[in-house]
Design a protein around this ligand. Structure first.
Ligand code: NOJ
Length: 571
């Protein structure tokens, strides 16, 4: 059956984390006018859609994911006039803008919460989740995702409120129809302004299991894991179908849901072509492989066999039924080249390009996180002071302060998986702070901006940037890449990621070496057709398909360290 073609299936999305993208007024904080200065850079790269992390008014306990006014712009980022100018310039350049929708929680400084905490009878009380104490303590044992308990006692009314993130991020009560109406009206207000969709923060968490049962204590956390009870809850699809009916269906929008706890089965419900909920989901299965005794805080290498299994399962199980999103990086995860590739000077560029080929030749909408297109790396520091993230500071206090891990151990883990690795300033050029700001940046720039920066890479046709540009252009002109089916080859290989795409009888082969050693490729009898090498990170485009002919198999005999190559069948 032919896939229905839509603009969001054929778009490339670029995520901007505004705080770290471009400062325009020297206060050390990125802002909207800074973004306006860089739109040509994005257009030139081949970006269709910009996803802007939150720019709304916020006290910044969690860098804007704690919103105190959904219809105002954070002062540090500029004004509503700046926003309007940004939106219109994005449109003039033929791009689109997707905003971040954070409606699982607000800031505790949002007027709704300020009212809500005033008294049990307040009309806004039911906008949030308030519970009576149980045995003199919290209603259950749930952990906050930022460590510590998920409940905060409020003296004035003698009840607890739920905050799955920080205590300055109280969870909204989606059971309340009045609250839902306010959210839909707010979304439509942005729609009338002309935005092109929403990325929906932790959207799988809106409906909670009404019994609020205790969770299991794991990964060394004294508090219980409530995730099974607050993700994919009993009313989530009812809420999203309602949201779709009331707002989403009225605009030509792209919608992508952040899917904490979402597997393929759930994704088919959230984003199934017949579901009337969202266009696609982000899943985190490939980001959460190989956890250690402290869960995400580990320095374990990625396991390629598992990685292939996960990414391939998402490709095949969603085929013809729902749409995938493809991402290696965002503001919550470390840099992909440091985690899945090799950020040593010898292999950084090769492996960054290899990762791009591996993921973006798959089926789905590509998401590129700022700086990924340059092969930006993790920070690698010994000093906690270089980090700003509430999650990093909380876990450090708990683990090192509590005597469970040494400073060195904890820093190794933070350097491997901490969120701030991706939040260091965008590296524009080799001037002070990588050209991000003339002032003192809110977070330290990665000192490697002197070697890794956009200005240098835009001038050099062998750069990671130039490679991304080529790859995106190739995607844009290929129905096979956009809509073809997917088949994994060599699932048991611990070092090679090989797969085939097929569209209307034409094939494409994608082959990636995830190691620093040359690897023999031995599959025979599969390739009966002739083809051309169309993309290769060693720069040999135009070569023949059969570099080392092996009878009818005609595959390359081997792949060099971190080599990535794409062959297209001749017709
Ligand atoms: C997911 C966001 O991506 C993350 O940055 C944030 O801390 C949480 N949701 C809470 O909003």
């Amino acid at each position: 059956m032919k896939e229905e073609r839509t603009w969001w299936k054929e778009s490339v999305v670029y995520q901007i984390y505004p705080r770290s993208f471009q400062d325009s007024n020297g206060d050390g904080i990125g802002d909207l006018n800074g973004i306006r200065r860089r739109l040509d850079y994005l257009k030139d790269l081949g970006v269709d859609v910009i996803w802007l992390s939150p720019v709304y008014q916020s006290p910044n306990d969690d860098n804007g994911y704690d919103i105190s006014d959904y219809q105002a712009i954070m002062e540090e980022f500029g004004t509503m006039e700046d926003f309007d100018a940004l939106l219109s310039e994005i449109h003039q350049k033929g791009m689109k803008l997707v905003m971040d929708l954070v409606v699982n929680h607000t800031s505790d400084e949002h007027p709704w919460f300020q009212e809500s905490r005033l008294g049990r009878e307040n009309p806004y009380r039911d906008y949030y989740i308030w519970k009576e104490p149980v045995n003199g303590g919290p209603p259950n044992n749930w952990a906050s995702r930022f460590r510590g308990p998920a409940w905060e006692y409020d003296d004035s009314t003698g009840m607890y409120y739920l905050h799955i993130y920080s205590k300055k991020q109280p969870d909204l009560n989606w059971e309340n129809p009045k609250l839902r109406r306010e959210i839909y009206d707010m979304m439509a207000w942005w729609g009338r302004k002309g935005i092109d969709g929403f990325r929906m923060d932790v959207i799988s968490m809106l409906s909670k299991a009404p019994a609020y049962p205790d969770g299991e204590c794991k990964d060394g956390n004294p508090y219980g894991d409530g995730q099974p009870y607050y993700t994919n809850g009993p009313r989530i699809h009812e809420f999203l179908k309602e949201m779709n009916r009331e707002v989403l269906s009225k605009f030509d929008w792209m919608t992508v849901g952040e899917g904490v706890g979402v597997g393929t089965k759930e994704a088919l419900e959230y984003a199934g072509f017949q579901s009337h909920e969202l266009n696609m989901m982000f899943h985190f299965e490939h980001m959460e492989l190989n956890p250690g005794p402290y869960g995400k805080w580990n320095n374990n290498p990625a396991d390629l066999i598992q990685l292939k299994e996960v990414l391939s399962r998402w490709q095949t199980e969603l085929e013809g039924r729902a749409w995938n999103s493809l991402f290696w990086e965002n503001h919550d995860y470390p840099r992909a080249v440091s985690r899945f590739g090799n950020d040593s000077p010898q292999y950084r560029e090769l492996s960054a390009k290899m990762l791009a080929v591996c993921l973006y030749m798959m089926k789905g909408t590509p998401y590129i996180y700022q700086g990924q297109e340059l092969g930006m790396t993790n920070l690698h520091t010994d000093s906690l002071e270089d980090f700003r993230d509430i999650e990093i500071h909380n876990v450090y206090r708990e683990m090192v302060g509590g005597g469970r891990l040494s400073h060195e151990e904890m820093m190794t883990y933070i350097n491997h998986t901490g969120r701030d690795n991706a939040r260091t300033p965008m590296q524009w050029d080799d001037s002070a702070n990588g050209g991000f700001s003339d002032g003192d940046p809110w977070i330290k720039a990665n000192p490697n901006y002197r070697e890794i920066n956009a200005a240098e890479q835009m001038e050099r046709d062998t750069s990671v940037y130039a490679f991304y540009k080529k790859l995106l252009a190739m995607r844009r002109s290929s129905e096979l890449i956009q809509y073809g089916t997917y088949r994994l080859l060599l699932p048991e290989s611990p070092s090679l990621f090989l797969y085939e795409r097929e569209w209307e009888g034409r094939h494409m082969l994608v082959a990636c070496n995830f190691t620093a050693e040359e690897q023999k490729v031995t599959i025979s009898g599969i390739w009966k057709y002739k083809g051309k090498l169309v993309l290769d990170n060693y720069g040999e485009i135009g070569q023949d398909w059969d570099r080392e002919p092996e009878g009818p198999a005609s595959l390359p005999g081997s792949l060099r360290p971190y080599e990535a190559a794409v062959w297209l069948e001749d017709q």
